[in-house]
Design a protein around this ligand. Structure first.
Ligand SMILES: C[S@@+](CC[C@H](N)C(=O)[O-])C[C@H]1O[C@@H](n2cnc3c(N)ncnc32)[C@H](O)[C@@H]1O
Ligand code: SF4
Length: 379
């Protein structure tokens, strides 16, 4: 069975204007104690038998590449893994060098993911990003030099002030780096961010139609370069899909390590305390750092499985109660049928949330029918 470990590293050099992730820019003095706490937490799970050998490990953040490499490796070394485990580290192009990447590779990291966002300095400035696009080219060259078999580049589209030409340039320059995997996200305005405050004060917000046009351009250019979509915001060359992401989208099981990390095990979802200080204090005291959790009932699980699965190229198996609505959505060009599943068309992907809601409403109050899909794994 696939099993994942997610390790959250809550440190960044600076806070980007759009980002509301659990990350801090003034806590670097905590790094050593934080790594020790992650190691101790992992040991606790190993002793308790709650850490099966991982088929995928994901260091996310925050900026995991901000840690000294031996500190990141100290955490990785504690994680029981299958021999061919996928191990991803999210990196900021500003905080990697040849030695760091070589140390990751030697320790068993198989995949690096760089936050690129845009190749246009003007757009990066509007996002409050500090890196120079030239650093992306340098970081990719270093990753290839030390032998990484695959890597990802993260992009953001629809920043206010970004023209369609800016976006085409970002895609073209990204594709020149021949990435095997690209994630492209529509800029989302989170209220508790600098961007959120600017928009609340009257600054321009991203425009839905502009983002839809840019999504279609991305899908066209990425597909033409051999990167097929496999989830609404993710494209990869065959065989380079991110196994850890697939685990999430198929409602698989994963263990959370670090503050604010979320975990899931057969219908039980839980999360660790939010701040690094509390996480360190609880682990040091020998306590379980879980901050909260919930058991999902069958209907909620089924809804979640559908919501995640329908975003993937594999698509979703629908219960009888959704079939009439599905036929309407197929006729309208939003879905196609593929054997016993439905899969979003490009047009459908633009409206994935709305389409999911329509299918769920069609199943309506008929709880038994919703329950009938509860046991289905969408992988
Ligand atoms: C943890 S960061 C990646 C690694 C590193 N911290 C960096 O930014 O270079 C994860 C990704 O989430 C995306 N992201 C974060 N906030 C977003 C937002 N408000 N809208 C769209 N994408 C966002 C960005 O593409 C970012 O690269
Ligand atoms: S986008 Fe990445 S670098 Fe920027 S604040 Fe968020 S986690 Fe940190």
């Amino acid at each position: 069975m696939p099993f994942g470990v997610y390790v959250h590293i809550p440190f960044c050099a600076t806070r980007c204007d759009y980002c509301d992730f659990a990350t801090w820019t003034d806590r670097e003095t905590l790094i050593d104690a934080y790594v020790d706490a992650c190691v101790a937490d992992l040991r606790r799970h190993v002793v308790a038998g709650t850490a099966a050998p991982a088929t995928s490990v994901f260091f996310g953040g925050g900026t995991p590449s901000l840690l000294p490499s031996d500190r990141l490796v100290a955490i990785l070394d504690e994680i029981p893994r299958s021999t061919d485990a996928e191990v991803t580290v999210e990196c900021n192009p500003d905080s990697v060098d040849a030695d760091k990447l070589a140390a990751y590779r030697a320790a068993g990291v198989t995949r690096v993911s760089f936050g690129v966002q845009s190749m246009r300095p003007r757009v990066l400035a509007a996002l409050g990003r500090t890196h120079d696009p030239a650093n992306v080219t340098r970081a990719v060259a270093l990753a290839l030099d030390v032998g990484f078999p695959t890597f990802n580049l993260d992009l953001i589209y629809g920043t206010p002030g970004e023209t369609v030409d800016d976006w085409r340039t970002t895609l073209a320059e990204t594709l020149e780096l021949e990435p095997p995997h690209v994630s492209a996200y529509a800029l989302t305005v989170e209220p508790a961010t600098q961007l959120g405050r600017n928009v609340a004060a009257g600054a321009p917000a991203p425009d839905d139609d502009d983002q839809a046009e840019k999504y279609e351009i991305a899908d066209e250019l990425l597909a033409a370069a051999g990167l097929g979509w496999y989830e609404v915001s993710n494209w990869a060359r065959a065989g380079h899909e991110c196994r850890h992401n697939l685990l999430h989208w198929s409602s698989g099981d994963y263990l959370p390590i670090g503050c604010a990390a979320h975990g899931h095990r057969v219908g039980h979802r839980w999360w660790n305390v939010r701040t690094p200080e509390r996480y360190i204090a609880m682990v040091e005291a020998g306590d379980d750092p879980t901050g909260g959790g919930e058991d999902l009932d069958d209907a909620t699980r089924a809804e979640e499985q559908l919501t995640l699965a329908i975003r993937t190229r594999t698509g979703a198996i629908l219960p009888t109660s959704m079939q009439a609505e599905a036929t309407r959505l197929v006729d309208a060009g939003f879905l196609v049928r593929a054997e016993d599943r439905v899969v979003l068309t490009r047009r459908g992907r633009l409206l994935a949330t709305d389409i999911t809601a329509r299918l769920l409403v069609a199943a309506g109050a008929e709880q038994e029918l919703r329950r009938s899909i509860a046991g289905t794994r969408y992988d």
